[in-house]
Write a protein that binds this ligand. Structure first.
Ligand code: SF4
Ligand code: SF4
Length: 306
């Protein structure tokens, strides 16, 4: 049994968008998928990273002076030569404006629980709790199980957001008994397209989902499949019809269509990744309400409310 220790990207309190009630969201760093539209690109790698936000830089040049490797340069479009950066974080410590930052920090289970438990009165009065997100929390099965157990010991409602690419046996045994709600992403049904756009085939994801539908039917937890609407990739009539049919075949009555965030490419630049190319169908705008209603009707035709 592995006990990989995750880095935590952030803990966001007072969220109203990540499950029922008022919630604190714990973001794990590291994901087995690599979706081209990922709006949290800093969550893809498991290790520490350094981020640079040019909008925050005041041009003091302190970082250029303190960097022992001399890998910072204004001629570099990403400012930092990450191939030569040793992640000593001397520049981050000295940057007066916060333009340079460390991405990912080690936290123990006790530290995470201490950070969220102070909001328990808000969880209790609103029907909220803690949402574990990422990245992908199931990449760290032992840590995840210990964290869930500690949250449950405090009487805190738990919600897990997952891409579904996990070891089924370990998950069912360790984490599932401690989860109240699972938000489960189903992005693409075609295995080749899934591999093309998410970096891995979707066989494990779909098989794990089917297993979970059987456990959810026993009423122990709530399972909500979700599909992000990405123009020209997931948001096509063919893909949405195939997902709706797959869900209906497994007796799913509710799903969620996640609105598309057109601002996602800009975050890549901060951690040294060139902005990915958008699809030809991507206008860079929010998807109009009428279009979303058309997508919802595809699911409604299969008896699924979104
Ligand atoms: S983390 Fe260290 S090596 Fe990397 S750019 Fe900053 S000072 Fe230089
Ligand atoms: S230390 Fe921070 S504010 Fe100063 S030049 Fe470097 S990144 Fe910009």
């Amino acid at each position: 049994m592995t006990d990989k220790h995750p880095l935590i990207l952030d803990i966001k309190g007072n969220s109203l968008d990540d499950g029922p009630g008022i919630r604190s969201v714990v973001f794990f760093k590291g994901c087995p998928l690599s979706c081209v539209w990922c709006h949290n690109p800093e969550s893809k790698k498991t290790g520490s990273e350094i981020a640079f936000d040019p909008a925050e830089c005041v041009g003091c040049d302190t970082c250029l002076t303190v960097c022992p490797e001399k890998v910072l340069s204004r001629r570099n479009p990403f400012f930092i030569d990450r191939d030569r950066c040793t992640l000593c974080f001397a520049c981050v410590d000295e940057c007066p404006s916060g333009a340079l930052s460390r991405v990912g920090r080690e936290m123990t289970v006790d530290e995470i629980v201490a950070a969220v438990v102070r909001d328990k009165p808000f969880f209790d009065t609103s029907g909220g709790g803690v949402t574990l997100s990422g990245g992908e929390p199931t990449l760290f099965p032992d840590f995840l199980a210990r964290l869930l157990a500690a949250l449950k010991a405090e009487g805190i409602h738990t919600l897990l957001e997952t891409c579904g690419q996990f070891n089924e046996a370990g998950f069912m045994e360790q984490a599932l008994p401690l989860v109240d709600i699972i938000y489960y992403d189903i992005k693409l049904i075609d295995p080749d397209l899934h591999k093309k756009y998410c970096g891995v085939a979707n066989r494990t994801i779909l098989e794990n989902f089917i297993r979970l539908t059987k456990s959810a039917g026993k009423g122990k937890f709530m399972l909500l499949p979700r599909t992000p609407l990405i123009p020209g990739i997931t948001a096509t009539p063919e893909n949405l019809s195939a997902i709706a049919k797959f869900l209906a075949d497994h007796d799913i009555k509710n799903a969620q269509l996640l609105p598309y965030n057109p601002l996602w490419p800009a975050k890549n630049q901060k951690i040294g990744i060139a902005e990915p190319k958008k699809t030809t169908d991507d206008s860079g705008n929010w998807i109009p309400r009428e279009q979303i209603m058309a997508y919802q009707s595809i699911f409604a035709d299969h008896g699924i409310a979104t």
